[in-house]
Ligand binder design. Sequence first.
Ligand SMILES: *Cc1c(COP(=O)(O)O)cnc(C)c1O
Length: 464
Amino acid sequence: MKKNKMTSNLKSLKALSEASRCAEEYISKIRERRVSPSPLDLSELERLNSSLPHKGQEAQQVIAELHHYASPATVASTGGRFFGLVVGGSTPAAMGASILNAAWDQVAVLESSAPSAVYLERIAAQWLLQLLELPEESSVGFTTGSSMANMVCLAAARNHQYEKLGIDLAKKGLAGAPPLRIIVSEESHVTVHKALSILGIGTDQLVKAPCDNQGRVLVGSFPELDETTIVCLQAGNVNSGHFDPFEEIIPRAKAAGAWVHVDGAFGLWAAASPRQRYLTAGVALADSWTVDGHKWLNTPYDCGVAICREARAVHRVMTTQAPYLLSGVQVPPKDMVPEFSRRARGVEVWAAIQEMGCEGVANLVERCCDFARQFADGLANLGFEILNEVVLNQVVASINDESALQQIVGIVQEEGVCWFGTTVWRDRMALRLSVSSWATTAEDITLSLDSIRRAMEQVLEFKE
Ligand SMILES: *Cc1c(COP(=O)(O)O)cnc(C)c1O
C-alpha cells in the first residue's frame, strides 16, 4: 500500500509539476509570440508522429515533449489578439480550476460519483440563470458546446410538441409521426440545422423566416405559427452580432402554441450587462436557450449550456431510467444531457463567475463591445466599409476589391500580430472580427489596426 502510494503519487506529482512549469512558460510568453504558428512550428509537429510506441515513456518526458513540439503550434487564443470565429480566452480562475478539475477527475453522472463537482455545477446553474435573467425554475445542462446544447433543447421541444399530439416519441419513435412545423431564421447557425438533422428533421422540412440586412428576422413577414411549431430564434448573429426581435415574435409564437428556442451561444451574454441588455429584451419569454461558457464567459473548452424552462421536458428525453417526475435542479446530471459519463465542466463556470462577479462579467461584455467599436472606427478610417451596425462584439468590414481584401487578411495572418478570417455577409466577401476575450486590451486593438494598415499599404503599393 505504502509503496504503491509512493510510486503512483510521485509519478503524478512529477507530471503535474512539469505540466505546470510548461503551462507557466507558455502563458508567460503568450503576448510576445505570433498569434498563429509559423510554418516551421507546424512542420515540427511531425516529431510527435512516431510509429505506435511499443514501450512507454516517463510521464514527465511525455509532457515535456508535448510542450516542446505542440505548444508552439497552437493559436494564441488565450493571448488577447485572436479574433477569429467567436473564441474567448480562459480567465485565470477558470484556467486554474480546470487544472484542479483534472486532478479530481470526477465523473459528473451522479452526486455520489462527484459530490463537490455536482454541487458546484448546481450553484453555477443558478448563477447562470440569474446573470442571464432567465426563469429560475429552468433546467440547466452542461454540454460540450452550443451545438450539443441546441440539440438537447430541440430534442425537448420536438418530444414536447409531439406529446401534445398524443404521440410519445420515446415509445413510438418518429416513424409514422406527422411532421412538425419547424421555423428557422434564414440566418440560423449551421449547428441548429445539424441538431435538427440529427433529430430526424431534414432541411426540406424547414420554413425559413426572412431577415433584414443585419440578420434579424422580419416581424412583418414571419411565417405562420401553429401548435405543432418549433421556432428557432437567435441572440447574437455569428457575423453581425444582431438579435432577433424577441419581444415581437415570442408572445405571438407562444399564443399560437409554438415552442420557441433561442440560440444565444455568445450573444445571450448581453443580458449580463445593464448597458447591452436592451438587445435581449423579451428573450426570457422563450422556452429554451443555448449559451456557451467557452465563448464569452471565457471558461476553457469545452463548455456549453442547455437551458429549458420546463425542466421535465428535458428530463423526459434524457432520462436513462424508468419514467419518473423529479423536477428542478435535483435531477442527476446524467438526466439533463445526452452524456452519461462526462467531465464536470460546470466547475470552471463556477470559478469564472466567482472570480468576476456580476460586475466583472458585465464589464467583460462591455469592454469587448467597446473594442469592437474601436476596431470599426479604426477600419473606417483606413477606408473600410463597415457592413454591420456594431451593437455587440462583432465587426464585419469590407473594401470594394475582393482579391485585395483576401491578400490583406492573408498578410495579417502571416505577420502574426493578430488573427482573424473572412466571411461572406449578405453576398459580400468581408473580414470578420470577434472580440470575445477577457485578455484583450485597447492596445491590442491598436496593434492589430496597425498590422491591418501595414498589410493594406503593402497590397495597394504592389497594385500601383
Ligand atoms: C458558436 C456558435 C454555435 C455552436 O457552438 P459550439 O459551442 O461551437 O458548439 C451555435 N450558435 C451560434 C450563434 C454560435 O456562435
